[in-house]
Design a protein around this ligand. Structure first.
Ligand SMILES: *Cc1c(COP(=O)(O)O)cnc(C)c1O
Length: 397
């Protein structure tokens, strides 16, 4: 298997029913069987190329799942109706009543809320840690610990997880290492670095168009089939299914992912370097001032840069709001949550995507209320965009 994720996606060829260069979109919730025995057989085991019912698997979802498996270098994958659908299904498959999870504290707000407020109702307890503190992680492991959870580049502080070291800990204690790679598709290949299971919100960079919500779980055959089991599979029973039309749209966008990631990364690097030159506190793993810059360099794939997300500290929530409103007026991009879009998006995590995280905990993880997070777009003339960003900041600070 080639080391180049874009090449692997390109080499995965599927044609449509009439030889179209894209696979046909499947238009059926259910599938017909020519013999009764075949249906009985499919209920007991998967049969390649055979479909039962679209919540279980449909051809368009299958093709997208297979291209995601190519991207990650995993044996298999399963697409879901959202990133949260993917994350919650994977975690509910792995942790049962009485089990414990050790999770990074700097994670997506929805994942944090699920682990903190929702999962305990099912008897699953989560310890939130500074994921760079390996000794702390080891000290929290006990016989009930089942899962180690983190984001490869975390939301919103852009901490980089030391996946090879986390894998060693996971192996030693028989834990499953689950990594959310939403911020860094292609840039980082978590499976190659030690993750057992890779989860995604496809809503972000992978689709890149901000016209769909979708997710995926990538892993080995046995784990992916367990998710789809008609008897006890979280994906099958909770039902976060992705519509075939959306699956087909997202699959086409995967073929431009490498081009987009390079442009997002080079634009983000330009903005990060220039914000830092203005004397601001900037968070970007591509900057030598970032605490895990060297680690990031040792983990990342060549040629895709350091991804497109940066953050800077505007000091106070009030300053952050004014700067973002002004940037929108100056057409830098949109004041909106989410990321990975062709236009620049900015928001203040403290009052939006990370507002699920209590203030004391935001303080403990070093998250300033004035933090402004940018998902840098595909701008052709990033110099002009930066002039406007600078103008907005100078008017306020
Ligand atoms: C957006 C996001 C999610 C949730 O994905 P949805 O598609 O919105 O359900 C999970 N993790 C990260 C890092 C995200 O940015």
């Amino acid at each position: 298997m080639t080391e180049n994720p874009a090449r692997r996606i390109q080499d995965y060829q599927v044609f449509g029913e009439f030889g179209e260069v894209n696979p046909s979109i499947s238009d059926g919730a259910t599938f017909t069987f020519m013999t009764a025995d075949k249906m009985t057989e499919l209920f007991s085991a998967e049969i390649e190329g055979c479909f039962l019912y679209s919540r279980h698997l449909n051809p368009s979802g299958h093709f997208l799942s297979q291209s995601l498996a190519q991207l990650e270098g995993t044996e298999d994958a399963q697409v879901m109706g959202s990133g949260m659908g993917a994350i919650t299904s994977a975690l509910m498959q792995l942790a049962k009543q009485g089990d414990e999870i050790i999770s990074s504290r700097t994670i997506y707000g929805g994942t944090y809320a699920f682990l903190k407020n929702f999962f305990p109702q099912f008897g699953v307890k989560t310890h939130f840690v500074d994921i760079t503190n390996l000794e702390l992680i080891k000290s929290l492991i006990n016989e009930n610990t089942k899962v180690l959870y983190c984001e490869s580049i975390s939301n919103p502080l852009l901490e980089v997880a030391n996946l090879p070291e986390l894998r060693k800990i996971a192996e030693e204690h028989n834990l499953t290492l689950v990594v959310d790679n939403t911020f860094s598709p292609m840039v980082i290949s978590p499976k190659k670095l030690g993750a057992h299971v890779v989860v995604y919100s496809l809503t972000k960079f992978i689709n890149g168009m901000n016209d769909a919500v979708a997710g995926a779980v990538c892993g080995d055959h046995s784990f992916i089939s367990s998710l789809k089991s008609v008897n006890d599979g979280a994906a099958m029973l909770l039902g976060p299914v992705l519509d075939p039309i959306r699956a087909s749209m997202i699959m086409k966008n995967m073929h431009t992912l490498h081009v987009r990631m390079k442009q997002h990364s080079s634009n983000a690097m330009y903005v990060a370097q220039n914000l830092e030159k203005m004397g601001l506190r900037v968070f970007y793993p591509g900057l030598p001032s970032h605490p895990q810059h060297e680690l990031m360099k040792s983990l990342m794939n060549p040629n895709y840069g350091f991804s497109g997300i940066i953050a800077f500290d505007a000091g106070t929530a009030e300053n952050a709001k004014k700067i973002m409103e002004r940037m929108q007026e100056l057409k830098v991009g949109y004041f909106a949550v989410s990321l990975g879009f062709y236009k620049t998006l900015f928001s203040s995590p403290g009052s939006s995507t990370s507002s699920e995280i209590p203030q004391e905990e935001q303080d403990a993880m070093g998250m300033s209320p004035g933090l402004v997070r940018f998902s840098v777009g595909l701008d052709d003339d990033i110099e002009e965009s930066f002039r406007r960003i600078k103008q907005a900041i100078q008017e306020v600070l």
